[in-house]
Design a protein around this ligand. Structure first.
Ligand code: PHE
Length: 447
């Protein structure tokens, strides 16, 4: 069977499409807002460069050399103890778990695309009521849009790497960049722009708690799609002579660029209309629509294209969250793509309903365990534990297990004298940093 591979540009767009997601436009602004802005942004940027970029190269390398789904790639590349290392590839499960809330949030976004043109809430109080009613009471609406999201994502996955994933990204990624870029340019003309710049880039160290630092590290993994095999699985379909380092750099730059542009744009709008930056997950669903309403008909237009861009960002990431497990069942069990895509889609769809119900008044109590409901548990376990753990395993695997000569052969030409810095960073510094982060997350270590 001939395997359809990405074109070079297709790969760059798909990997960037994976990275640029709800994490950049929905999550980053609100966690930056909640953690005081500047200092948090700085820690996030340092993590992205010092840890994220290195792990990105490592993860791409595993996929490129392994050429198969995550589990098989780990297995083939381990010189000994193959059966043990194959567990390194099981992090794809994290992607399916993430999908159980990711698809629900994409559903909310679809709903807001519709609201933009039908009924933008006219004040923050009303916007809050709209969002809370949807979240807590309106099970039918949420299930409807979650279903839509599931159908779209599964339809793309059914068409495979070339005809589905590559096409989706080639169309949606440029649109996304144009929309966010255009809205950013508009934001620069408003008075509050300088206030937004100050909020995002002038660090107030007193606001930087250890939890904020650890959140920044976890978010760097989430936003770059690292640690669960999304990048790995895409890289398995790379064409020959792929420039892994340059590709990683482009993806990291795209991801960080969009997060910063989206953040600056959002905070400018919020400050311009006197809203607070620290409102949590409702930031883009509550404060922002109210601001758009204030702007009149321009606002309606901005709201529409903003939520469309957010939906595009979400969809291109969603396919990359599901594809690793789809690929796994195709490679390991010779399932047809149809069977694999429908089964994986069906999984996140059904569990997604439980996730969705855990936010509602009716079922919330039933689906709350200890301090968090099911939705928040999944978010916490995946982003704060599973992804950094996956990244740790990949760093150790590339640093110690794959023969150094193979790693060198693939990267030395591009990295030059930086190779050793990257390699020893991957072996020692990154694992130590990640272990500290995870111990902190688990409450074992307080910084
Ligand atoms: N990077 C995506 C985002 O920022 C989420 C994601 C995580 C995608 C892990 C794939 C793998 O929203």
């Amino acid at each position: 069977m001939k395997i359809a591979r990405f074109s070079r540009i297709g790969f760059i767009l798909a990997a960037s499409g994976s990275a640029v997601g709800l994490g950049n436009i929905w999550k980053f602004p609100y966690i930056a807002g909640a953690n005081g802005g500047g200092a948090f942004v700085l820690v996030y940027l340092i993590t992205v460069l010092a840890i994220g970029f290195s792990v990105m190269i490592a993860e791409m390398l595993i996929g490129y050399l392994g050429r198969k789904d995550g589990v098989s790639s780990f297995e083939t590349l381990a010189p000994t103890q193959k059966s043990k290392w194959k567990y390194g590839g099981f992090m794809g499960v994290a992607g399916l778990l993430i999908m159980t809330f990711y698809s629900v949030v994409i559903g909310w976004i679809f709903y807001y695309v519709v609201l933009s043109v039908t009924a933008l809430p006219s004040s923050v109080a009303e916007a809050e009521a709209v969002f809370t009613t949807m979240l807590k009471e309106d099970i039918v609406t949420q299930i409807f849009y979650h279903t839509l999201s599931f159908l779209l994502i599964t339809a793309v996955l059914l068409r495979g790497i070339k005809g589905g994933i590559e096409k989706l990204n080639i169309v949606l990624m440029p649109l996304l960049v144009v929309i966010i870029g255009g809205m950013f340019l508009y934001a620069t003309t408003l008075n509050a722009f300088s206030q937004a710049v100050a909020f995002m880039f002038v660090p107030d160290w007193s606001k930087l708690t250890s939890t904020a630092m650890v959140t920044a590290v976890g978010h760097a993994f989430f936003t770059l799609s690292l640690g669960m095999g999304a990048i790995l699985t895409y890289a398995a379909s790379l064409p020959k002579s792929p420039n892994l380092v340059r590709s990683s750099l482009i993806v990291v730059a795209m991801d960080t660029g969009i997060a910063l542009l989206a953040g600056l744009m959002l905070f400018t709008f919020l400050f311009e209309y006197g809203s607070e930056p620290s409102q949590g997950p409702g930031l883009v669903f509550i404060s922002l629509p109210a601001v758009f309403y204030e702007m009149g008909s321009l606002g309606t237009f901005l709201s529409l294209i903003f939520f469309l861009a957010l939906a595009f960002a979400g969809l291109t990431s969603a396919v990359s969250l599901t594809e690793p497990m789809v690929q796994y069942f195709i490679d390991r069990f010779a399932w047809s793509r149809f069977k694999a895509a429908v089964t994986m889609g069906g999984f996140f769809y059904l569990v997604g309903i439980v996730t969705l119900l855990s936010n509602t008044t009716q079922f919330g109590e039933l689906l709350t365990f200890g301090s968090k409901n099911f939705f928040d548990w999944i978010d916490y376990i995946t982003a704060s534990i599973m992804l950094p753990l996956g990244g740790l395993v990949m760093a150790i695997f590339v640093g110690f297990t794959i023969e150094k000569s193979r790693v060198e052969a693939a990267l030395k030409a591009e990295l030059g004298f930086l190779f050793n810095i990257w390699y020893y960073g991957l072996r020692y510094l990154i694992p130590i940093a990640l272990v500290i982060v995870m111990l902190h997350q688990l409450g074992i270590l307080t910084l």
